[in-house]
Design a protein around this ligand. Sequence first.
Ligand SMILES: [Zn+2]
Ligand SMILES: [Zn+2]
Length: 128
Amino acid sequence: MENQQTNVEDNKDNSTPIPQTEKKKEEQLFFQCTSCIFRTKYDYFGRNPTQLKNYLLLEDSYVLEDPFSSPKEKNVIILGAHCIKCKKRVCKNMNCSCYFEGTYCICCAKNNVKMFPKALQEKINRIV
Ligand SMILES: [Zn+2]
Ligand SMILES: [Zn+2]
């Protein structure tokens, strides 16, 4: 007769490293115009702000939730966008950008001024 001995080895390994969960601080997103000193926080960048349903922007834009709008009727403020020519960030200030089938920084607007309609050309030419 053979005694079958089953040796159950307890492999309790307590040294397994516990994965460290990195607490990612919510990074505050900031929009900074490359043309003026305008700098502010923004909530969203893109064409389809989650704050607004069924609302599609014409281009990728920096969007801020309007703090004064009611929760029922959310409103957003378009802060700025990227110049379609040089990709610089520019705010929606008249002196920083103009919009014609896309946002142009004033530099690129001046370089391409002949592409724009007359009325816009005059506006651009008035900006120094
Ligand atoms: Zn600006
Ligand atoms: Zn530009």
